[in-house]
Design a protein around this ligand. Structure first.
Ligand code: UDP
Ligand code: MG
Length: 312
């Protein structure tokens, strides 16, 4: 019988663990699907791991891992994919914002032969206008760059074993899970769901962390921003030719442009372009540096069912 792995990245979710485990168990048992629940605690500073251990004690289908520190949701997802033993796996948030009722339906689609079942948001929950605008712009740009429609996609998806193995074989450590399932290809389909209210606790995303996330993901996924540098260069050269000619003509006609104003404006503009370009290139350098070091993406400090190492 096919085994379904449920991967649940959890960061400071002590209030949600037992609730989420209970809901998942009810739904999966009722649908008669054999499953394992993999909770990946992403270096939580509250009792998340203790809660997971409690669950693991009463249900042998539950397994939990604790990172040595916070490595981010991407790392948690990939640790889950690595640990998963299932024929397919579903990645789902711990806060029940991704309705678990959809899982049997996703599983059915998998049985019908789909390798990837994408959860697509039909409603963005109670997010603020600014947040929606920002997220909309980010996915708009990403979709254009990747020539696929990524709007309203999320990390809620089901992957077949073949896709999981493809993702695990990737050598890169700066990954963007949401886009990689598209990149991998395979036979995929969408399933719409409504984003629920967070069950408990609060979102870990601030505006700044979202902005950082957007920059990280763009630079780790595509080199398109580097073309902006070329574009700025061409723009500057075109401008230089026009202004150069005009300046020379005026000089020989005996009425050269006077004053520092022009010089100051030009220096500021060119300086801005150069620094922006260096910044963009710098981001790519940083990504290359990260990848070259080849550090592990996460470190597992604890595992359910194993005694914590004693310092004697
Ligand atoms: N999460 C994680 N590591 C982090 C931040 C979040 O594993 O550094 C998990 C979190 O526990 C939750 C999921 O990722 O299960 C989504 O996080 P959150 O609800 O804070 O984000 P939002 O739903 O607002 O996008
Ligand atoms: Mg959430």
């Amino acid at each position: 019988m096919a085994l379904l792995s449920i991967i649940i990245p959890s960061y400071n979710e002590e209030e949600n663990i037992s609730r989420t485990a209970k809901r998942l168990r009810e739904i999966l048992t009722e649908a008669n699907i054999s499953y394992e629940l993999l909770f990946i605690s992403d270096g939580s500073r509250d009792n998340t791991f203790a809660e997971i251990e409690k669950e693991a004690k009463v249900d042998s289908n539950v397994k939990g891992y604790e990172f040595s520190r916070n490595f981010g949701k991407e790392a948690a997802i990939f640790a889950g994919l690595k640990m998963a033993k299932g024929n397919c796996a579903v990645v789902i948030d711990c806060d029940l914002q991704h309705p678990p009722e959809m899982i049997p339906e996703m599983f059915k689609l998998w049985k019908e032969g789909y390798d990837v079942v994408e959860g697509v948001k039909s409603d963005r929950g109670d997010e603020s206008k600014l947040h929606k605008l920002f997220v909309g712009a980010f996915y708009g740009v990403m979709s254009k760059l990747m020539k696929i429609n990524m709007n309203d996609t999320s990390d809620y998806k089901l992957l077949d074993r073949r896709v999981i193995d493809v993702l695990l074989d990737l050598k890169e450590s700066n990954t963007f899970f949401r886009a990689l399932s598209f990149w991998a290809g395979f036979k995929s389909t969408n399933i719409k769901y409504e984003v629920q209210e967070r069950a408990a606790g609060e979102s870990k995303w601030s505006f700044m962390s979202l902005l950082k996330y957007a920059i990280m993901n763009t630079t780790s996924f595509t080199t398109a921003p580097l073309q902006v540098v070329t574009f700025l260069g061409i723009l500057s050269i075109a401008f230089a030719v026009i202004m150069g000619l005009q300046t020379l003509v005026r000089y020989f006609m005996g009425n050269a442009v006077e004053g520092f104003t022009t010089v100051i404006l030009l220096v500021l503009m060119i300086g801005g372009f150069i620094m922006l370009s260096l910044g963009i290139i710098g981001h790519y350098l940083a990504r290359i540096y990260d990848e070259v070091k080849g550090r592990p993406r996460y470190i597992i400090a604890r595992e359910t069912g194993k005694e914590e190492a004693k310092h004697e």
